[in-house]
Design a protein around this ligand. Structure first.
Ligand code: ADP
Length: 369
């Protein structure tokens, strides 16, 4: 059921206020005010959709009141009530107080209801429009940054390869295979970036079906997939998966989350320490808590608030595009979870992800016989 429209009625005549409340309380959430001060108090402390004000009041006219609140509360829909036909008041109401409607006293109950219902609808539509415009702005900004960064990230490894090929072509004496390593590195960068873009696209657009998730398999598969990554050879992994409960959620996104955080834990290691990555998963009937911890380079406090933003990089210590954690955050939000990070420069980082268990929602599929 839709929530009742919240309506404030401002009138210096107490009798009118009572009649209004008695007549409309069953349809709307009604607030009453006999003075302008009382009206302000109500507006400040409640989320109102509609205000009706009497034109003729001792402190100020209804139009003046609307004019006063216009800047601070522009979104509340304003309706003027007057007891006599005053064409100037109506003109002022429209021009100065930007009123939505004008009602003559004595009012007709049906007319008031139609006007308030329509006003509530206008309010809702405007709010929806505002929200959608804000979402569109965000998406548009991200798209612009995406195009800039994508063109750079795609172009630079290609330019590097072209450069290497040119040097190799000019170098008649040396064995050309010495350039293979350099080319391979650039191709790998390109490959990682393309994978990230595909992940991002999939994450943003597609809702995967719910699946029964076995964390142990996922974690070991991901670690295994990094076996050939050059930085992984001297990293020790400590895995502690405690899964006594079934856990159901979107497996694609759970993998994306673990994969991206884990790849950073490997990538941002530091020399001179015994490199360590700890992964722990605890699952209850309500949620899973995934903790991925490393003793790598850490993140400076000033960068911490930005690491989940698209294309943000806190370091040039290693290659990357700054999109990994943005995807993680999007995926966590999409699954209705939360992510927190603690990090100290030169000591390490700890990412804690909590994801809700949707085991109850799993659709029962009859087995084929
Ligand atoms: P990138 O492609 O640069 O790794 P991410 O979005 O995955 O992009 O991460 C954003 C930034 O956060 C990185 O550039 C890095 O500076 C920092 N960061 C992320 N994870 C870690 C970590 N485990 N240790 C240190 N720094 C990290």
């Amino acid at each position: 059921m839709e929530e009742k429209i919240s309506v404030l009625y401002l009138d210096d005549d107490e009798m009118n206020l009572h009649v209004f409340k008695a007549g409309f309380r069953q349809y709307y959430r009604i607030f009453l005010a006999q003075t302008v001060e009382e009206a302000y108090e109500v507006i400040r402390n409640n989320e109102l959709q509609v205000i009706l004000a009497d034109q003729k009041m001792p402190q100020m006219t209804g139009v003046e009141f609307f004019e006063n609140i216009l800047n601070e509360f522009p979104e509340i829909i304003r309706i003027l009530i007057t007891g006599f036909t005053d064409i100037h008041a109506v003109i002022d109401a429209i021009n100065k107080g930007k009123v939505y409607h004008y009602i003559k006293k004595p009012w007709d109950e049906n007319e008031i209801r139609v006007v308030i219902d329509n006003a509530g609808e206008v309010y809702r539509t405007r709010q929806l429009l505002k929200q959608r415009t804000e979402n569109l702005k965000k998406v548009n900004e991200e798209l612009t940054r995406f195009v800039y960064s994508a063109s750079h990230e795609l172009k630079s490894p290609l330019m590097t390869i072209l450069g290497i090929l040119k040097v190799a072509g000019m170098d008649e004496k040396k064995d050309p295979t010495i350039y293979f390593d350099m080319i391979e590195k650039s191709v790998k960068n390109l490959d990682v970036f393309i994978k990230n873009i595909v992940n991002y696209y999939k994450n943003a657009r597609i809702d995967e079906p719910l699946a029964d998730i076995k964390y142990e398999n996922i974690v070991f598969e991901i670690i295994e997939s990094y076996k050939f990554y050059d930085r992984v050879t001297d990293v020790k992994f400590i895995v502690d998966v405690d899964q006594n409960h079934s856990f159901t959620n979107d497996e694609f996104r759970v993998r994306v989350i673990i994969n991206n955080i884990l790849s950073n834990a490997i990538k941002y290691q530091q020399d001179g320490v015994d490199k360590l990555v700890k992964i722990s998963v605890k699952t209850t009937a309500d949620e899973s808590v995934i903790i991925i911890e490393d003793n790598g380079i850490g993140i400076a406090p000033k960068h911490l608030p930005n690491i989940f933003k698209m294309f943000f990089r806190a370091t040039h210590h290693n290659t990357g595009s700054g999109i990994g954690l943005y995807i993680v955050k999007e995926a966590v939000d999409r699954l209705g979870g939360v992510i927190n990070v603690e990090s100290t420069e030169g000591v390490g980082s700890k990412f804690v992800v909590k994801l809700p268990n949707r085991v109850q929602e799993k659709v029962y599929k009859p087995q084929k016989v």
